[in-house]
Every structure is written in structure tokens, then in C-alpha cells.
Design a protein around this ligand. Structure first.
Ligand SMILES: Nc1ncnc2c1ncn2[C@@H]1O[C@H](COP(=O)(O)OP(=O)(O)OP(=O)(O)O)[C@@H](O)[C@H]1O
Ligand SMILES: [Mg+2]
Length: 338
């Protein structure tokens, strides 16, 4: 059994998988909204106890049966960067990364957990290169997530960044694609090539900003704005187009950031043009979001299917159908091989 736990700023998601060799089967899945805390900033114990209580309740309602979990860290708190070296051996790369890390990450090395992944060995380029992804996360943040798990009676057996999990779940082999996790607090953008994360960005605009914009423009309460957002979204024929006109500029600003990430990938990293864009996260449920993004980005945008690599029985499949965009990170975490 393997469990992925995605603690978002608004929703907690869990997925439990069992394995028969490489074949994964869904055992349990569930999501719950909670008060929401900003884990990197929160220090008081009471908030963590409340969060741990919400996690315990979710595990019991979703009937999760085991205790070993992997968790993801918010992309906005993580530093990733692609480095290029001459064709070094794996061991040489490991020590070169150590030497170079200080230059690329904005926190002192002693306060960071640093990892790297060799993405590609390009022997045909001149000069030949090894391309490496550097990942650095604040040590204190990892400790917070581990202690939240412990408080919830769980054992944390794996930690990675949200987009690493999303890429494992969604990115197909042999292609270059964009993955956009359109959540509540942040929209996270990944470019993955052949199933590996090459580039990640986090922008602080997502579902919360959409709701705020509806509340301000239409002069309604937060909960009412949330209802309008979910009911009408970007559909222009609804409520005289008032809601869609309010939401569209926010979505346009996000599309601009996605375009910038693609441009950077093509220009600076010399990557090829992505063939599709996969949309995930709760805000991917916004009515008519995929057609608008398709128009703004000029490439095919689809809502990611979280369970395409997992065997799911008919009953669970039906009950998850409306919520599938919530689960890619939890599924990706549960698919981890440690
Ligand atoms: N049907 C829907 N239409 C529009 N928005 C929706 C819908 N369902 C959920 N949302 C929005 O999705 C967001 C929650 O999504 P998600 O669970 O991905 O966020 P999170 O992981 O908690 O946040 P973050 O990753 O930003 O910390 C909320 O802003 C909510 O309003
Ligand atoms: Mg999220």
C-alpha cells in the first residue's frame, strides 16, 4: 500500500494505492475542504493540531487503511533550476551540484535540503552535456510536514515538490507537455519532457483571486461569489456575462505567465515546443476554462485525468468523475517508488 497526501491551502486530498508489480489499483480516495492555513508561515501548535485532526477525519471517512504517507511541499516554497555540465559521471555531477548549489538558491545551504536529478545526457550536442535538475527546499518546512504527519498518527516516508508529483501522474513518456495546477492560492506551471520535470514556476494567482474578483466587482459576499464562480465560470451566456467578464482578465494574466514559461523553456533551455497543456487543480473545474485557455495559449488544453494509470472500479470511478482534477498530486505521490 502507498498513500499520497496533498495538503493544499484550501483542500486536503488523499489517495491510497495497492500494487501488483507495477500495476496500481485505487484502494481509497477522498478530499475535504478545511479552514486553510499557510503552513510555511504558521508557527502556533494549535493550527497544526487542527490540521492533523482534519487529516485524521479525512483518512477515516475515506477508509484509508495504512499509515505510511508521502507528502508534497508547496511549489511556491521550493527552488528548482536546470543546470548544465560537461559529460561528468553521476558521482562527479553529485559533487558539482554541491559546489554550485550555493550560487543558485536564495537560502543558506545549511538551512536547505538539496537534491538533484539527472534529466538527460546529451552526447550529440557540442560540447556534450549532462542536464541536471537542482531542487532545494527549506529544511524547516520539511520538518513541519513530517511533524503534521506524526500528529495525525501517520509516518511520513517521502517528501517531494507538488509539481514532481503532478508530473509523475500526468506527463506522458516521449512528449513535451505543460502541466498547470490551478489551485486556490497559487497556480503552478510545469514543463515536462519524457515524463521528467524540466521547469517549474509558481504564481500567487488562482481560485482565491477569482472569488475575490467576483465579490469585489459584483458587490457580493465571499461565499456568494464562490457560488457564482463555480456555477457560471467563464460561460458568457450566464448572468448577462457579468461573472465571465470578471473572471476572464484573471485567467488571461495566468495564461501570460504560462506563455512566458514556455518561451523561457524554448529560448534558454532550447527545449522543443510542448504538444499539449494539461490542466489540473480545483480551479480546473471552472465552467468553460479549457476552451478559453486553448484560445489564449493557441495550443490544445485538456483537463488532466488523474487516474489514467491506475485501475479504478466502476463505483469509485463514478463517484470521482466530478473531482478528478483534484487528485493528480496525491496520485503522483502514491505512485512514488522509494
Ligand atoms: N467547480 C469549480 N469551479 C471553479 N472553481 C472551483 C470548483 N471547484 C473548486 N474550485 C476552486 O478550486 C480551489 C481549490 O482547489 P485545490 O484543492 O486544487 O486548491 P489547494 O490545493 O487547496 O490550493 P493550493 O494548491 O493553491 O494551495 C478553490 O479556489 C475553489 O474555489
Ligand atoms: Mg494544491
Amino acid at each position: 500500500m502507498s498513500i499520497g497526501l496533498d495538503i493544499g491551502s484550501k483542500t486536503i486530498k488523499v489517495v491510497e494505492l495497492s500494487f501488483d508489480g507495477d500495476k496500481a489499483t485505487l484502494k481509497a480516495a477522498g478530499a475535504v475542504g478545511y479552514k486553510g492555513i499557510n503552513i510555511p508561515e504558521v508557527e502556533d501548535k494549535k493550527s497544526f493540531v487542527d490540521l492533523a485532526t482534519a487529516i485524521k477525519k479525512l483518512f477515516s471517512e475515506a477508509k484509508v487503511s495504512s499509515k505510511n504517507v508521502s507528502v508534497s511541499l508547496p511549489e511556491s516554497q521550493v527552488y528548482t533550476r536546470v543546470l548544465k555540465f560537461p559529460l561528468l559521471t553521476d558521482q562527479e555531477v553529485a559533487s558539482a551540484v554541491k559546489w554550485e548549489a550555493e550560487e543558485y538558491i536564495p537560502i543558506p545551504l545549511k538551512d536547505a535540503v538539496i537534491e538533484h536529478q539527472i534529466l538527460e545526457r546529451v552526447e550529440t550536442s557540442t560540447p556534450p552535456q549532462v542536464i541536471v535538475l537542482l531542487i532545494a527546499v527549506p529544511r524547516k518546512l520539511v520538518e513541519k510536514y513530517v511533524s503534521i504527519c506524526t500528529m495525525a498518527g501517520l509516518e511520513c516516508v517521502g517528501v517531494e515538490t507538488e509539481l514532481m508529483s503532478a508530473v509523475r501522474c500526468i506527463a506522458p513518456p516521449g512528449k513535451t507537455v505543460v502541466i498547470v495546477d490551478f489551485g486556490a492560492k497559487s497556480t503552478d506551471i510545469a514543463i515536462a519532457k519524457n515524463g521528467e520535470l524540466f521547469l517549474s514556476r509558481s504564481i500567487p494567482t488562482a481560485g482565491d483571486a477569482l472569488t475575490r474578483s467576483v465579490a469585489q466587482t459584483l458587490g457580493v459576499s465571499g461565499p456568494q461569489a464562490e457560488e457564482y464562480k463555480r456555477a457560471y465560470g467563464l460561460a458568457s451566456g450566464q448572468l448577462e456575462g457579468k461573472v465571465s467578464r470578471t473572471l476572464a482578465p484573471v485567467v488571461e494574466s495566468i495564461a501570460e505567465e504560462i506563455k512566458k514559461a514556455i518561451q523561457y523553456y524554448q529560448m534558454d533551455l532550447k527545449g522543443e515546443s510542448p504538444t499539449s497543456v494539461f490542466l489540473t487543480g480545483g480551479s480546473a473545474g471552472l465552467p468553460d476554462i479549457a476552451p478559453l485557455f486553448t484560445k489564449l495559449l493557441g495550443s490544445e488544453v485538456v483537463i488532466a485525468s488523474a487516474f489514467s494509470r491506475v485501475s479504478v472500479d466502476d463505483k469509485s470511478s463514478k463517484s470521482l468523475a466530478n473531482f478528478a482534477p483534484l487528485y493528480p498530486i496525491a496520485v503522483g505521490l502514491a505512485l512514488r517508488k522509494d
